[in-house]
Design a protein around this ligand. Structure first.
Ligand SMILES: Nc1nc2c(c(=O)[nH]1)N[C@H]1C(S)=C(S)[C@@H](COP(=O)(O)OP(=O)(O)OC[C@H]3O[C@@H](n4cnc5c(=O)[nH]c(N)nc54)[C@H](O)[C@@H]3O)O[C@H]1N2
Ligand SMILES: Nc1nc2c(c(=O)[nH]1)N[C@H]1C(S)=C(S)[C@@H](COP(=O)(O)OP(=O)(O)OC[C@H]3O[C@@H](n4cnc5c(=O)[nH]c(N)nc54)[C@H](O)[C@@H]3O)O[C@H]1N2
Ligand SMILES: [Mo]
Length: 701
């Protein structure tokens, strides 16, 4: 495309419709149309032509204009004036802010502690590659800062999928209308993945049963034909019990097993151990439920299993996902459209991430697990060896609210000798602890390119409006900081459009045909895969053996059971009966419908619906504790406590309580949230968090 056309293409329109992409951490990654009048965004809408966005946005992102022009948007850089955590700041110029950051980071890097005392902390506030994994990564690599292991959401399941099928890819949601059985397994689809729902409704029109496996009767479970209220953390046992039934009835696909799987005899023997009796005892489900589910699964030709990240937030989360991922190979469902498992589609997006992030730059350094931030900030060797953390640069994340073991995190953030910089849209809980706060642009104000983890379309985000106040894109902030710190490597001055082109410059097959020109013209493009995409129809897997690995040598090398198995939660009768006696309730703190992690919690319109922290209890559990509907209760364990309003309904399994999350501590009456009670323990695979492997007691406040 000639340069002058390109520059005309990229100029901001004062009036018209601009194509963008929803930046949020959600499988749907919607194509957005932003209406601009007089240089101001007035409306966002879902692109009606996008096969997955389907013309609608969710309850939250429909409010994106309100969020963008919110009175509380940070408009200038600020320096702390009060004590740490007080939230008292004064506006300063960009020059003063950048000078101070460059000076402090330079001092730390040259000190005895060295550059590894500097820690970047970021996650998926935006999923965009430009604003989330390009200049920032280059900057920290060149600086020699500690690396951050970004485990907080999906790593257990990601590794679980890799162990069984070789990569975190799976069945295509666009095939769901052809499914003859849909299992929504540990996912609140209508809240967390709403654009899958229309495909599910199409399957239902043909009589396909929709079944939800979840300890909570979520709004999704209420819309399903059946709700299976499993005991938290026992999904691997249920999957093994289902396999038992499939094999016992001779419903397995023998041809697929022989040709495309590794260890099917051992798998059959393992499944034989999981009788309906044993499975019922572990999962807390009636035997008939297990037998009926196994039979229906075995008789189906193309069952679609939507596992999502909820069920892997337990000690055995990786193994649970790996075990469920074995099911479609047992029954041969990968062969047909609509059959198979989907945890994610992300590994299909074969962008040139190395070119964007340049991990080759800089010295080898230590890695800090983001879910152990409490330890990293409070232990002298950051909990991993090496210097203490002396500076933390936070962007695209709100760790003071989202990281587990919140009391430990806040204790760390309160350290007088810790220099904290936060790049943000709003004065979040985390920003309150900063020394310097920098105003960042929103998705309406910057360029980006996006993958998705629930479908197969790449999308481009164009800026629709000029930055609000003095806000700058993350990419620009790291360019400016690099220049201030004397980094002369020219890659630190690549502009955002150059970065997007670098991401697309890949030899790998699934990205071929996705071009800058196409994206500028249409806003989004399908990966180079068929519709629907059947990744394992031909039985070729990307595991070491090239087969679906029931038996995994890699798991054995990690000291884990090479075969699918059930791993009890840390905080369970099996592993810690004494703890469970003291804290008999399992707390699940999964997303509130109107929040996106902690994003959108500060929007008045959405807080009309989610007014205050709540906790849902089963009537039997409430009665035992003399808790009345609407009472203020304390949810607590040895790690901490938070206040919530009691909701009492039989829409949850007995013994489980639900605190819709993630609240900003400072917007709650007691300044606390559910992460006061969660632990820094890690899952079996991927070093992920165990947010829902969390025993508590609830009592009248
Ligand atoms: N509205 C909204 N949408 C979101 C988000 C949000 O905050 N708000 N967050 C986004 C992000 S970052 C993510 S990772 C996803 C999260 O969305 P999902 O991947 O769907 O995961 P969760 O919402 O954490 O949990 C889903 C369900 O799993 C259930 N669950 C918990 N433990 C178990 C278990 O052991 N077994 C079974 N079978 N079920 C269990 C919970 O009760 C919950 O209803 O959603 C994304 N979409
Ligand atoms: N108890 C409990 N805790 C949980 C979970 C749970 O279910 N229960 N879920 C976990 C999961 S799955 C996840 S993914 C994490 C999510 O944790 P985070 O990734 O920290 O997500 P958010 O809380 O939404 O915070 C993102 C922040 O990034 C900011 N942001 C957005 N775009 C930009 C940008 O372009 N530039 C800059 N500088 N900032 C930007 C937003 O304003 C917001 O404050 O939380 C985890 N924590
Ligand atoms: Mo997440």
């Amino acid at each position: 495309m000639p340069e002058e056309i390109l520059s005309a293409e990229i100029a901001l329109t004062r009036d018209g419709v601009v194509r963008g992409a929803c930046p949020h951490d959600c499988p749907d990654t919607c194509a957005m149309l932003i209406t601009v009048e007089n240089g101001r965004a007035v409306r966002v809408a879902g692109d009606p032509d996008h096969p997955v966005t389907n013309g609608f946005l969710c309850a939250k992102v429909n409010r994106y204009v309100e969020r963008t022009y919110h009175d509380d948007r940070l408009r200038t850089p600020m320096r702390r004036t009060g004590p740490k955590g007080s939230g008292q700041f004064e506006p300063i110029t960009w020059d003063a802010a950048l000078d101070e950051i460059a000076t402090r980071l330079g001092e730390i890097a040259r000190s005895e502690d060295g550059p590894q005392a500097i820690l970047p902390y970021s996650y998926a506030g935006t999923m965009g590659l430009v604003q989330g994994s390009s200049m920032d990564h280059r900057f920290f690599h060149l600086l020699g800062a500690s690396k951050l292991d970004r485990t907080i959401c999906s790593m257990a399941g990601t590794i679980g999928m890799r162990m069984t099928v070789g990569a975190n890819i799976g069945a295509d949601g666009e095939g769901v209308p052809e499914s003859d059985l849909v299992l929504l397994w540990g996912t609140n689809t209508l809240t967390a993945n709403p654009h899958l729902w229309p495909f599910i409704l199409k399957a239902r029109e043909r009589g396909t049963p929709i079944i939800c496996i979840d300890p909570i009767q979520t709004r999704t479970a209420m819309q399903c034909d059946e709700w299976i209220p499993i005991r938290p953390g026992t999904d691997a046992a249920l999957a093994l019990g289902m396999m038992h039934v499939v094999f016992a009835r001779g419903l397995e696909d023998k041809d697929y097993l022989e040709r495309h799987t590794l260890g099917h005899e051992a798998m059959r023997e393992r499944a034989a151990e999981w009788t309906p009796e044993r499975t019922a005892a572990v999962t807390g489900l009636p035997m008939e439920t297990i037998v009926s589910l196994g039979e229906r699964f075995g008789r189906a030709k193309a069952a679609f299993i939507r596992v999502n990240y909820g069920l892997q937030r337990h000690a055995g989360g990786g193994m649970a996902v790996r075990t469920i991922a074995c099911l479609p190979a047992v029954a041969g469902h990968w062969r047909r459209a609509g059959g198979g498992v989907q945890l994610s589609t992300s590994a299909n997006f074969q962008f040139n991430r190395a070119a964007l992030e340049r991990p080759d730059l800089g010295p080898p350094v230590r890695t800090i697990n983001m879910i152990r931030l409490g330890d990293a900030l409070t232990l002298p060797d950051a909990g991993v060896g090496g210097p203490p953390v002396k500076a933390m640069i936070v962007y695209n994340s709100n760790p003071a609210s989202v990281a587990p073991d919140r009391n430990a995190v806040l204790q760390g953030l309160a350290r007088e000798d810790l220099f904290t910089v936060v790049l943000e849209h709003f004065q979040t809980d985390t920003a309150d602890w900063a020394d310097i706060v920098l105003p960042a642009t929103t998705q309406l104000e910057h360029w980006d390119i996006h993958f998705a983890y629930g479908h197969h379309y790449v999308s481009l985000n164009r800026p629709a409006i000029a930055p609000i106040g003095e806000a700058k894109p993350n990419s620009e902030i790291f360019r400016l900081l690099a220049a201030r710190m004397g980094m002369t490597n020219p890659i630190m001055q690549d502009d955002d459009l150059t970065l997007i082109r670098q991401a697309l410059c890949s030899q790998l097959p699934k990205i071929q045909g996705v071009t800058m020109e196409g994206l500028l013209e249409r806003g989004w493009m399908r990966l180079n895969v068929p519709t629907p995409y059947l990744p394992f129809a031909d039985g070729v897997f990307s595991t070491p053996s090239g087969k679906c690995e029931f038996y995994s040598q890699r798991m054995a090398k990690m000291g884990l059971d090479p075969l699918p198995t059930y791993t009890p939660p840390y905080e369970s009768v099996e592993r810690d009966p004494e703890l469970v006696a003291r804290f008999p309730l399992t707390l699940i703190s999964s997303p509130a419908h109107t929040f996106l992690n902690t994003t959108f919690v500060n929007l008045t319109s959405l807080r009309r619906q989610t007014k205050e922290p709540e906790v849902l209890l089963h009537p039997a559990d409430a009665e035992r504790r003399a808790i009345a509907v609407g009472a203020m209760v304390t949810v607590r364990n040895d790690r901490g406590a938070f206040l919530a309003r009691a909701r009492v309904e039989p829409t949850i399994r007995e013994g489980v309580v639900w605190a819709p999350s993630i609240w900003w501590g400072k917007l709650a009456a007691d300044g606390a949230n559910a992460n006061q009670t969660t632990s820094q323990r890690e899952t079996d695979l991927g070093h992920g968090p165990v947010f829902y492997d969390n025993q508590v007691e609830v009592e009248m406040a």
